[in-house]
Design a protein around this ligand. Structure first.
Ligand code: DP6
Length: 312
């Protein structure tokens, strides 16, 4: 065992969303999903065995009863026996806002698994690491890899076929714009939100079939480099997910007034001929999808946009 393990994992944004679990303990999803990783935006984690557990987030100590520390330490419990039942000091640095709907739990658990693998010299392959990250957070299974990534839902009850893998070759012109509309912590996290949706939303009944069809369309569009089909399908997939949430009880409305305003704006600029699409996770922020040719036009239509080149 080394003295310290460290690793970086990128954040990822789903173009076909994971929403709903068939097994909550193992984070086994109801549907397969497909994402794009965000290059150098994500989480860097360092882990050291120690006499007592300690958790730092962006340089600040985190109380051990804080939700972030509780989730991190519960995940580490799965691995302590590999390290002589050690306690750990974990230092996490995010260069994306925590819990603002920009998937920091995805890069967080992926970086933690990679840091543990580094500490223990595990030498495991990507599939196995992806399955381990999935135990921390479903979307973390996809953050092990760069570029476009598919998480196969699998069918085995033990989750041994539910892992992510890269799909398709790089698309160097692909751009993502982050419109950060609010960095407030969301009132209901993805985990509780998806469980509530599965349990109470009538509209959720159609979700597995739609997500399966959307994923096939997006995969096809990726291979064909058909940006319009990809964008349309990703936008409709995200808004359909939000429709299932709104039909839950109590209703889950992650969209804020600013979000709705910007959704309308995307439709307006698109009607004027600008090829830009959007996706939204379980939060108020919007991610825009566009190609390099339109980078300037999209940036001037959406002031304050943070543009990411995932293959840069
Ligand atoms: C809307 O992966 O955060 O971002 O597995 O319970 O940790 P848990 O959920 P999480 O859910 C992500 C939901 C989403 C869609 C997606 O990333 O696919």
């Amino acid at each position: 065992m080394r003295e310290c393990g460290s690793a970086f994992a990128p954040s990822n944004i789903a173009l076909c969303k994971y929403w709903g679990k068939r097994d909550a303990a193992l984070n086994l999803p109801v549907n397969s999903s497909l994402s794009i990783s965000l290059g150098d935006l994500g989480t860097r984690t360092e882990i050291r065995p120690s006499d007592a557990d300690a958790v730092y987030l962006n340089g600040e100590p985190v109380a051990l009863d804080d939700a972030f520390a509780v989730r991190t330490l519960a995940f580490l419990d799965l691995f302590r026996s590999e390290f002589g039942n050690a306690s750990f000091v974990v230092r996490t640095e995010n260069n994306i806002p925590t819990a603002a709907g920009l998937a920091s739990s995805a890069s967080g658990f992926a970086a933690l698994v990679l840091a543990l693998a580094d500490l223990g010299g595990w030498g495991l392959g990507g599939r196995m690491l992806s399955m381990l990250a999935r135990l921390g957070s479903g979307s973390a299974s996809r953050s092990l890899f760069e570029g476009f990534v598919q998480w196969y839902m699998g069918t085995c009850p033990d989750g041994s076929d539910s892992f992510a893998e890269p799909v398709s070759k790089p698309w160097p012109e692909f751009r993502i714009g982050i419109l950060e509309l609010s960095s407030a912590r969301k009132p209901v996290g993805s985990r509780d939100g998806m469980n509530r949706t599965v349990e109470t939303s009538e509209l959720y009944k159609n979700w597995p079939a739609q997500a399966t069809a959307d994923l096939e369309t997006i995969r096809g569009a990726l291979f064909a480099r058909d940006f319009q089909t990809l964008g349309k399908t990703a936008e409709r997939n995200a808004l359909s997910m939000h429709a299932t949430m709104m039909a839950a009880w109590p209703p889950l409305i992650y969209l804020q007034p600013e979000t709705i305003e910007q959704i309308h704006k995307v439709q307006r600029v698109r009607a004027d001929g600008l090829e830009v699409y959007l996706t939204i996770d379980a939060g108020p922020n919007i991610k825009l999808l566009f190609l390099e040719d339109n980078e300037q036009a999209v940036a001037s239509a959406f002031p304050g946009l943070q543009t990411i080149n995932p293959f840069g």
